[in-house]
Design a protein around this ligand. Structure first.
Ligand SMILES: [Zn+2]
Length: 324
């Protein structure tokens, strides 16, 4: 039913699309380093999920892009949300608290939390959601340049981890900035010329369907929800259990994960291979063992995690902790 508005690669763009804003990354962060893409726009019209590359880096009905931070400490440090293109501020909201949606008791319809909407002309709008409480730095009617600071990445509204939900609309309809076309639409390999990103931004936004968000060595598994986690463990006692935990995006049923922990002498003190039995957009796993009867030797322990798919490494991480 969307065939009338479908864009085929190679077709000339309609006038509205030619006036599309060229976008920069709306967070002042480095994709793959200080921030990650957790979710893309859903192109599946049914109850399933399918991103623009026919992968599953999305949830049913997701109409934007989630650019996430790895930890709450990163959120406290402060990452600026910036205007993806020049325009005029249409609406703002601030004052919603930064709490995990799992702990949120009020259901007031303010799922976007604190946010900003910018009009770019020609019916184009961008929206920036889940901003940090008290951080919104612009007001309605204000003219904004691309890259200008709007606020900070936060956890307000319906959010379980610190991130920016960024959405693009044309005349009120969702547009996937990775395709420049309407969503839902057919997925598949597409001509980059249809993407709305500026070339430099597009090259930083390489598609990564599986990756590790964070990993650590600790004496106990941390809370599954990033928003409810304490800071990273840097030291544990000799008689404590030692385990390697990992948070990943896009682990799949049948993937094989290998956990290993090496002691200060470089020798393995723990090694375990575990098959992923369901996977999903978010994946949390850990493996470890109790301290030996006389306790661990003191020094630095290194944990290594590898996720393999049909024998090929698709994600990995290294973490360390000092035993004293
Ligand atoms: Zn989102």
């Amino acid at each position: 039913m969307f065939s009338a508005s479908l864009l085929c690669p190679g077709m000339p763009l309609p006038a509205s699309q030619r006036s599309a804003p060229q976008l920069v990354l709306p967070v002042a962060c480095e994709i793959g380093a200080s921030c990650l893409i957790q979710k893309l726009v859903d192109h599946d019209t049914g109850p399933g999920r399918r991103d623009y590359r026919c992968g599953t880096l999305t949830t049913d009905g997701h109409d934007g892009i989630d650019i996430r931070l790895r930890t709450m400490q990163d959120m406290a440090q402060g990452y600026a949300v910036i205007a993806a293109a020049a325009g005029v501020v249409l609406r703002v909201r601030d004052g919603e608290p930064d709490i995990s949606s799992r702990l949120r008791t009020v259901r007031d319809g303010r799922d976007a939390g604190n946010g900003v909407v910018i009009a770019h002309g020609g019916g184009w709008e961008t929206q920036y959601s889940h901003l940090k409480s008290g951080s919104v730095a612009v007001r309605p009617g204000q003219r904004i340049e691309a890259g200008e600071r709007l606020g900070l990445v936060g956890l307000s509204g319906n959010s379980e981890f610190p991130h920016l939900h960024f959405s693009v609309r044309l005349n009120g309809g969702a547009i996937d900035p990775f395709t420049g076309g309407p969503a839902p639409a057919a997925c598949g390999p597409r001509s980059d010329s249809q993407a709305l990103w500026k070339p430099k931004t597009a090259s930083a936004l390489r598609y990564v369907g599986t990756t590790v968000i964070s990993a650590g060595l600790a004496s106990a598994a941390p809370a599954r929800s990033v928003a409810e986690r304490a800071g990273a463990t840097t030291q544990i006692s000799r008689d404590a259990s030692l385990l390697l935990w990992v948070d990943a995006i896009g682990a799949r049923d049948g993937d094989v994960q290998h956990f290993s922990i090496a002691g200060p002498d470089g020798k393995a003190v723990h090694s375990q291979q575990v098959r992923v039995d369901s996977g999903g957009l978010s994946w949390f796993a850990f493996s470890g063992k109790k301290a030996p009867p006389n306790g661990w030797s003191g020094g630095r322990y290194i944990g290594s995690y590898t996720l393999k798919r049909e024998g090929v490494t698709v994600a990995n991480a290294v973490a360390s902790v000092v035993v004293r």
